[in-house]
Each structure stands twice: as structure tokens, then as C-alpha cells.
Write a protein that binds this ligand. Structure first.
Ligand code: 0GY
Length: 312
């Protein structure tokens, strides 16, 4: 990449923090024109957009310019920028990234129920189309369910959806609450399955059942680098990164081809063992979406329908 790759921040990074990969390879897989990176973040820069006091980690900087340089390098046309928990409910870094994108980025915010109507309107004008509810305990303190439903009431008139981030063992407890949310849902990272378990087994089947129960639910088949236990490369005849995640993602793509989304998850918060080469991550796509038609739906048609419906 030609853009600056400085990842230092005005804040002290969490010990052991892995910075994003500064020199990703150019993907061998060429994406269809108009591909959308439907899950990525910006961090700060901390001196301009300070991290939230209530954050559970302090990342490196990962600016909008660096994100958009990666977009161009990998061959994406658009981004969906998801508010990261290190910025709490201060959406200014994310909204600033959307405004700078000239309409090529949309966003997912974190809001509190008492947000003013003016702020909501401003976020919508910037390109926000959803809010994220996070149930991952290491990332956020729990919010009362009524407060989340109050948020839904505020966003419903704007046609926004709710992005849900949770881990597979928590789905049975959360399922009824999720079913009660009266706007479309988007699930992060396939509900974080344990990929050492059987992709045809009861835990992943329960997740697929949830998708079957709510036809207005979308699923991000993302984060092989986060879900893998085998690691980035399994050498077994051919080189295939994140081989253990493939059967899970493929099941979702094949059963729900019109409801799947893909994203890099750049700059990959909270990875401890390795930081992925984003070019290799893109090369993972043809292994989970095995035909040109499935790839066009995953990368272009589906995210466009959800985030830029006015252009379809
Ligand atoms: C992800 C995953 C993680 C973090 C966040 O907002 C966040 O802090 O989403 C994680 O640590 O698993 O989707 O980026």
C-alpha cells in the first residue's frame, strides 16, 4: 500500500495488541465489480477521536484514509463501517469516515435510547443504516433488554436494522429476545461457532434454525481469522487459509445465498495469536462461495440491497 501505515496512537495500547498488517498481498481472487466490505472499523486516530472511557481495550490507530487505501488495494468498491466498542456510543470517528467516503461507505452505530432526534437524523444523513447490540462480555457491560428495545423504537422509523454480536453458547438464552426485535437483524461472524465442533452438529444447527425462523435476518460469513483453531494456513496438499472455518461458512452461504454478507473485519481488534494478511482473507472467499453467482450475491447484490437499496 502507498498510504501511511503509522499505527501509533495518542493512547497507550492494550499490552500485546497486534497492529493491522501493514503490507497485505494483492488477492489472487479478483472480486466482481462493486464488491462491498460489509464489516470493518476505524480506530481514532486517538488524537482526533479519543477512545471511550468505558472501553475494554485500547487499539492502535486505524484511520479512514488507511481503511480506504486498503479498500482500493484489495479491490472493494464500498465499505460498511461498524462502530467499534472502543469508541463507545461516540460515533464521530465512524461518521467522519462515512462523510469522507462520498457515498461509498455506510455505517452501523452504537446509540443510547436517549439520543436526540437531531443526532439520529445527522447519523442517517451521514450514511448510518443500523445499530449494533453487543453481547460479548469481554467487549461491553450488559445493557438492560428494555434499553435495547427502546433503541429499536427510536431507529425503526429510519428503516435501520440491528446488528447482533454474540457467541454460540449464548444463543439459547438470547434467541427469544432476538425473535422479539421488530426490525431486520444482521448477525456478526456466524454467531461465533466453535469450529472444533461438527458443522452438522446441534450447536450450529441451532444457529441455522434461528436464521430459518427469521427470514429478515442476514448473516456475515466473516472472521475466519477469529474463529479458526487451526490457524492461518493448513498445509495439506493445497494451501488453504482457515480451512477449519470453511464448512461452517459454506453451509450458511449455500442455504441462505440471498442473506449473506462478507467483510474483512479490518483492523481486526483483539486478535492475540496472529494478524491476517487481508489479501489472503480475500482469497478465502471462493472457498466458501463456490460459484460466480454465489460470490456476486455475497459481495455485491446482498450488501447493496441492505445498505444502498435506493441504488438497486
Ligand atoms: C469485531 C470483533 C471484535 C471486536 C469488536 O467492536 C469491537 O470492539 O467488534 C472482537 O473482539 O471479537 O467484529 O471486530
Amino acid at each position: 500500500m502507498t498510504e501511511p501505515t503509522d499505527t501509533t496512537t495518542a493512547f497507550e495500547k492494550t499490552p500485546g495488541w497486534l497492529d493491522w498488517y501493514a503490507d497485505p498481498s494483492r488477492p489472487r481472487y479478483r472480486m466482481p465489480a462493486g464488491a462491498v466490505d460489509a464489516h470493518c472499523h476505524v480506530f481514532g486516530p486517538g488524537h482526533e477521536f479519543p477512545f471511550a472511557p468505558e472501553r475494554k481495550y485500547t487499539p492502535c490507530d486505524a484511520s479512514k484514509d488507511q481503511l480506504y487505501a486498503l479498500r482500493d488495494h484489495l479491490g472493494f468498491a464500498r465499505n460498511v463501517v461498524v462502530q467499534a466498542t472502543c469508541h463507545g456510543a461516540d460515533n464521530s470517528a465512524m461518521a467522519d469516515a462515512l462523510k469522507a467516503s462520498k457515498g461509498t461507505a455506510r455505517g452501523v452505530a452504537t446509540i443510547r435510547p436517549d439520543i436526540s432526534e437531531g443526532e439520529l437524523r445527522e447519523l442517517h444523513a451521514a450514511g448510518v443504516r443500523g445499530v449494533r447490540f453487543n453481547f460479548v462480555k469481554r467487549l461491553v457491560d450488559a445493557s438492560p433488554r428494555q434499553a435495547l428495545l427502546d433503541v429499536v423504537e427510536r431507529i425503526a422509523p429510519y428503516g435501520w436494522h440491528v446488528v447482533l454480536y454474540f457467541e454460540a453458547p449464548d444463543l439459547p438464552d438470547l434467541r427469544d429476545f432476538f425473535l422479539s426485535i421488530p426490525v431486520p437483524l444482521v448477525i456478526d461472524h456466524m454467531g461465533r461457532p466453535d469450529v472444533t465442533k461438527d458443522p452438522e452438529g446441534p450447536e450450529f444447527e441451532a444457529f441455522l434454525d434461528f436464521l430459518r425462523a427469521r427470514p429478515d435476518t442476514w448473516c456475515k460469513v466473516t472472521c475466519p481469522e477469529r474463529l479458526t483453531v487451526d490457524g492461518p494456513l493448513a498445509l495439506d496438499g493445497e494451501q488453504l487459509a482457515y480451512r477449519d472455518v470453511v464448512p461452517f461458512a459454506r453451509r450458511v452461504v449455500e442455504e441462505f445465498p440471498d442473506r449473506v454478507l462478507w467483510g474483512t473485519d479490518w483492523p481486526h481488534p483483539n486478535l492475540r495469536s496472529h494478524m491476517p494478511d487481508d489479501g489472503l482473507l480475500v482469497d478465502f472467499i471462493p472457498h466458501i462461495a463456490t460459484t460466480p453467482e454465489l460470490r456476486r450475491k455475497l459481495l455485491v447484490d446482498n450488501p447493496m440491497r441492505l445498505y444502498w437499496p435506493e441504488e438497486r
